[in-house]
Design a protein around this ligand. Structure first.
Ligand code: DX5
Ligand code: ZN
Length: 233
């Protein structure tokens, strides 16, 4: 199992965003999680394509100028979705995920993301049914299970997400066994080093963590503690 740690820059110091991205990658992170909120679909307002474009050159392995590009994982908490997708693709997003409730045509939006050259993901809120996955498994590169209600960092992990992750892991494994493409299973909200092992055991492979990492003085020590827990999973 390949595990990926995806710090959410929502909890970074926005006045020093490029440096924060380099520092967290130097500390061993694998993916940059980029939370886009619109004060409409969710009750908060964050960053858009211009900031994504500004961050793109800093998203390199090890935080080094000559490192390989690291994926920027754009989590759209916006309505409407389609209007903004090409802007994020042009701004250097690698993965774009969205909430099905925010799109009138989920299949069309997934196609639009892939046609724009990005990997496509669907995000399921704590109360959102897995039924949304039924007819689109072949169009997904990522499924993101929310373990908090979207809108804010620093919330408590909702334990029911573990059962949901197990159910989605079974769906992904069945899809793969039938010859389907790879699909990452990501979790977002309240992930810390003291619960990451149980979350991995439930089937997640990609772990968003905002406050747990950016709230600490030493990013590398949190990320290595998370990796040690993952190694024991
Ligand atoms: C919440 C965002 C999360 C958030 C996670 O709507 O999607 O990515 O930053 O923050 P923590 O890890 O602090 O729960
Ligand atoms: Zn997020």
């Amino acid at each position: 199992m390949t595990y990926r740690i995806a710090p959410s820059i929502l909890s970074a110091d926005f006045a020093r965003l490029g440096e924060e991205v380099r520092n967290v990658l130097a500390a061993g992170a694998d993916v940059v999680h980029f939370d886009v909120m619109d004060n409409h679909y969710v009750p908060n307002l964050t960053i858009g394509p211009m900031v994504c474009e500004a961050v793109r050159p800093h998203a390199r392995a090890g935080g080094a100028a000559d490192g390989n590009p690291v994926p920027i994982d754009v989590h759209l908490m916006v309505r409407p979705v389609d209007r903004i997708v090409p802007d994020f693709a042009r701004a250097g997003a690698d993965i774009i995920s969205f909430h099905p409730e925010a799109s009138d045509h989920v299949d069309r939006t997934l196609g639009l993301i892939r046609e724009s050259g990005c990997k496509a993901g669907l995000v399921l809120n704590p109360a959102t049914s897995l039924d949304y996955l039924d007819h689109v498994m072949d169009k997904l590169d990522l499924i993101l299970i929310m373990s908090v209600n979207p809108g804010f960092g620093g919330q408590k992990f909702i334990a029911h997400a573990l059962a949901k992750l197990k159910a989605v892991r079974a769906r992904i494994d069945a899809h793969r066994a039938a010859g389907g493409q790879e699909i990452w299973l990501e979790v977002d909200g309240g992930v810390k080093s003291d619960n990451i092992r149980a979350i991995a055991q439930a089937g997640a492979d990609t772990f968003v963590a905002g406050s747990a990492i950016f709230g600490a003085a030493d990013y590398a020590s949190v990320i290595s503690a998370m990796r040690a827990e993952l190694a024991a999973a």
